[in-house]
Design a protein around this ligand. Structure first.
Ligand code: SF4
Length: 436
């Protein structure tokens, strides 16, 4: 039985000092993002270096160890929830199926944007600015329509899949600095669910495809990406496929390995399988990225922040690779940390529980889960995927018939807005059946 997090993710709220500190951090990160966007027009080389060779290389490590900090200060996330903070969001609920499709679209967007970097974005500031503007507009639109983070941060954002891949074993959990009160916009809430990972989800096509791409294909994709040079001065559609050969080969190889290994791994060890592939991916990233930052990458000048190749001692690349691989594999795969969530869940919003079902009638208007008679039930809640599959006539799970998933500590006895809004059923299940 894997270790259980003894500290439930409940009823934490920001005091005035913490709120001010997080708001300052959010505004600072947002202004940095705006400054980088502006630099792409006025000083293109500086803007490209600031984005692709400074900000982005830091992000994977931050997501591994402190995904909650990333989620609190990400400029696009702040942009997405600005409408909600201003009281201008329509606050619509997303059905679980819609959210899975949004997640899948985000994963596809991740692969397209990352590959596009090699063909154009890494060296073309105007195209990079256009992509950032499009992502910003999408985040605003999703936040204006959907409740809190459900539309963007936990929905369509291309980085969200990476957060779930890398962030299953955070070093620290911090307070949620965006959601003033939990409206149960997302079930399971990735911020508040212990040891969330990409393979916790319903067994439908977009979920399976996301798992295959994100967990299976991503390590080889990253490896192949570092074996494709930047295209300076544009690229041709006709050669795009041949130029992408290393990426396609790498992604295919690790996807095949993932599919094969997964058949041998019991379902309760799926989380460990994800962590092995996650550690391989992030280790591969820094294996190549750190040398490239200092002018020692596979292709001279590609991805270089400052060229120190003439002054760095022999053997530093090997040392760098040994250190980063030891840190990420050791932490993600081997370190026996307790399960943790990314962000402490804020208090449940009052007045969000109403209606006449058994679930809802057991809740109090105070929003205090401790006052709910269902809070004495098992903290494990199972999304009834089989019923969902029948209702929506999805194809069979993955060739092995219908499949169910369980979630630990989510929603801790409380029905979500999403689950209440579309008639999907939630059932308590025995703790021993935890899908870990
Ligand atoms: S804490 Fe609640 S309101 Fe915030 S993202 Fe999670 S489920 Fe939504």
């Amino acid at each position: 039985m894997p270790p259980q997090d003894p500290a439930p993710s409940l009823a934490t709220s920001l005091n005035a000092r913490s709120r001010s500190a997080w708001r300052l951090a959010q505004v600072s990160a947002w202004l940095i993002g705006v400054a980088i966007f502006a630099l792409l027009f006025v000083l293109p080389e500086v803007g490209l270096a600031a984005l692709w060779n400074t900000l982005i290389p830091v992000a994977p490590a931050l997501i591994v160890f402190a995904p909650g900090v990333w989620r609190n200060v990400c400029p696009l996330g702040t942009t997405a929830v600005a409408a909600r903070h201003a009281g201008l969001s329509a606050r619509r609920s997303l059905s679980p199926l819609s959210r899975v499709w949004l997640n899948f679209a985000g994963v596809v967007a991740l692969f397209v944007i990352v590959l596009w970097r090699r063909f154009e974005l890494n060296t073309n500031a105007q195209s990079t600015a256009a992509v950032l503007a499009a992502l910003g507009a999408l985040s605003i639109a999703m936040g204006a329509v959907f409740e809190w983070k459900s539309g963007w941060c936990s929905g369509l954002c291309p980085v969200h899949g990476v957060e779930k891949l890398y962030g299953s074993k955070p070093l620290i959990a911090v307070d949620n600095a965006h959601c003033d009160a939990c409206e149960r916009c997302t079930n399971p809430c990735p911020d508040s669910t212990d040891a969330i990972h990409p393979m916790l989800g319903t067994s439908c096509f977009p979920q399976i495809a996301s798992e295959w791409l994100l967990v299976g294909a991503f390590p080889g994709f990253v490896w192949g990406w570092f074996h494709v040079p930047d295209h300076v001065g544009g690229w041709e559609w006709s050669s795009a496929l041949s130029d992408s050969t290393p990426v396609l080969l790498g992604a295919s190889a690790t996807l095949a390995a993932f599919i094969g290994i997964r058949r041998l791994v019991p379902k309760r060890h799926e989380g460990r399988l994800v962590r092995v592939f996650a550690a391989a991916t992030v280790s591969c990233y820094y294996w190549y990225r750190i040398p490239a930052l200092f002018g020692c990458g596979p292709f001279p000048t590609d991805g270089t922040l400052i060229d120190l190749s003439a002054v760095l001692p022999d053997g530093w690349i090997g040392l760098s690779r040994a250190v980063t691989t030891t840190i990420f594999v050791g932490w993600i795969v081997f370190y026996p940390a307790s399960k943790r969530h990314w962000l402490h869940r804020p208090p449940y919003a009052s007045g969000t529980i109403s209606g006449s079902s058994d679930w809802e009638s057991g809740f109090t208007e105070s929003g205090d889960p401790s006052a709910n008679r269902f809070s004495q039930a098992s903290p494990l809640v199972q999304l009834d995927v089989a019923a969902t599959d029948r209702a929506t006539e999805w194809p069979s799970a993955n060739g092995h018939g219908e499949r169910t998933r369980t979630f630990h500590s989510e929603p801790r006895g409380a029905p979500s807005r999403a689950s209440r809004g579309n008639g999907r059923s939630l059932h308590s299940v025995p703790k021993d059946s935890a899908d870990r």
